[in-house]
Design a protein around this ligand. Structure first.
Ligand code: ADP
Length: 484
């Protein structure tokens, strides 16, 4: 099959969160199966020639907003996958050092342009495309644009929703300028508090795709409840026939503690548990020195996360401060595009600057995240909702025990030491209630087991689990090949 992903992120060159890992992992697993896979991405100005090597392969132009835009296409290889980068001649659309600018209006302009340009670019290609795979609202507009084309055969459109709470809303007129007539926009419009009607791009993607995938079975069920439907409940119910959940995987060759260059002491699940723990302890020492923490052998509790309200910032803060007071240490590696949350955490970091048992790091730092996964004893993920979550899967692979709230993909992948599941499935600590009390109680339980040496089995079980892409890819394959 000829499969084209259209996305806003791909790891490692343009990554803000798990979406980037998923696009790369899914693309690679289908390439391994012998399919022809490519990815289309904006050529953000931070993807300059000094950062990546790319070559110009074609150019095309189209007219919107009564203006003609010329574009260049560059190609670069990312882990064997051909990534086609769209660069408008007047590169205002993709300027700046971030993928998401945190300003809804600017981001909508950025990604509606990108979606339109991606479709126009595909129109210039001769080879037939079997599947166009879209990701989140950023490329959702491609679905109605393809749907409206007057062609005998059309590719299958698959949309993966990584997070229903980001929907991309814009003015009606905006889409008419792009070439979608008002009656076609109407079914994916939203109206809130009697304000002007707006187009909801994610809704358009779901409506005009052949199949919509949510990134875990539990999340695919939760979105049919009022609290998790993000205002789309009645719409989603009507689309239920085409919605399903497929758990994300991780790429075991990219996340591999045996080969990870960020780890001074590498290890694999084939070593004895004592050898694994020894390597991890030495990594911890290295991490403590690197971050200026006290060098001592105490439990280390970490959080590697975007700082967004979905992730439970209050619980993260309470959990880490609690850990630092309990004869253990805490690290936060957090990045945020939400200004007020970032500020709140920065104030906290300032307050604890002199405390050498807690460390805050506010950057997107892939290398540091790897060292944390390879050193920390526990990773907290106290999310209010979590479509899938990759951090806990990476943690398992590196032998770091997850402490998570039972929601979405966390519920599907982490099983508490006290759950009534077969012994080899127990791999962490879970709690239900979205309260600091529930989290702190669970941290206490985890520390208690740690000191009694009973976490060793959890480490072993976690490292033996296989959350690679194979199984998930076979489920996507069924969707790709199903007759519509
Ligand atoms: P989300 O996609 O909602 O942000 P996931 O758990 O699905 O959450 O994926 C997060 C991914 O981003 C993981 O690979 C995690 O290691 C990485 N990550 C999150 N924050 C940072 C950061 N500040 N620095 C480096 N990596 C990060």
């Amino acid at each position: 099959m000829n499969i084209v992903h259209i996305a806003s992120e791909i790891a490692p060159i343009a990554k803000a969160g798990g979406l980037a890992d998923v696009v790369l992992g899914l693309a690679r697993s289908f390439k391994t199966l012998g399919h022809n896979v490519s990815v289309i991405l904006p050529k953000y100005s931070f993807l300059s020639s000094s950062k990546i090597s790319s070559k110009k392969v074609s150019s095309f132009s189209f007219t919107i907003y009564e203006k003609t835009y010329s574009n260049q296409i560059y190609v670069t290889e990312v882990e064997d996958i051909s990534v086609y980068l769209i660069e408008p001649d007047s590169n205002d659309f993709f300027k700046g050092d971030k993928i998401y600018q945190g300003k809804p209006k600017k981001d909508t302009i950025r990604f509606t342009y990108f979606s339109k340009a991606a479709v126009e670019y595909l129109n210039t290609k001769q080879d037939p495309i079997d599947v166009i795979h879209l990701h989140d609202w950023h490329s959702s507009l491609v679905a109605p644009l393809i749907h409206l084309q007057n062609k005998d055969t059309k590719p299958k459109i698959v949309l993966t929703v990584h997070n229903l709470s980001y929907q991309g809303k814009c003015r009606f007129a905006f889409l008419q300028n792009i070439g979608i007539p008002a009656p076609k926009v109407e079914p994916f419009s939203v109206r809130k508090y009697n304000l002007f009607k707006r187009a909801c791009l994610l809704k358009g993607g779901i409506l005009y795709s052949d199949a919509t995938v949510l990134v875990s079975p539990s999340y695919a069920k939760e979105i049919f409840t009022k609290s998790k439907a993000c205002g789309l409940l009645s719409f989603l119910k009507k689309q239920r026939h085409k919605i399903q959940g497929i758990l994300n995987g991780i790429d075991n060759t990219i996340w591999d503690p045996e080969k990870d260059e960020a780890l001074p002491f590498k290890y694999s699940k084939n070593l004895s548990i004592n050898e694994i723990l020894l390597a991890r302890r030495k990594n911890k020492e290295h991490l403590q020195k690197k971050l200026g923490l006290n060098v001592k052998d105490v439990p280390l509790i970490a959080c590697v996360s975007r700082l967004a309200s979905q992730k439970g910032p209050k619980l993260i803060r309470r959990g880490l401060l609690y850990a630092a007071k309990k004869d253990s240490q805490a690290i936060l590696l957090g990045s945020s595009s939400t200004h007020f949350l970032q500020k709140k955490f920065e104030t906290l970091a300032q307050k604890y600057k002199a405390n050498r048992d807690i460390h805050f790091h506010f950057q997107f730092d892939d290398e540091l995240s790897r060292l944390i996964y390879g050193s920390a004893d526990f990773l907290i993920v106290p999310s209010y909702f979590e479509p899938c979550g990759l951090a806990q899967l990476i943690a398992l692979r590196y032998g770091c025990v997850p402490i998570v709230r039972k929601t979405g993909g966390l519920k599907d992948t982490i099983f508490d030491i006290n759950d009534s599941v077969p012994g080899e499935q127990k791999n962490g600590f879970t709690f239900q209630s979205f309260t600091p009390r529930a989290l702190l109680f669970t941290i206490d339980r985890a520390l208690h087991q740690h000191f009694k040496d009973r976490c060793k089995t959890l480490v072993e079980n976690g490292m033996r689990m296989n959350y690679s892409w194979e199984k998930s890819a076979s489920e996507y394959l069924k969707i790709y090949t199903q007759k519509t």
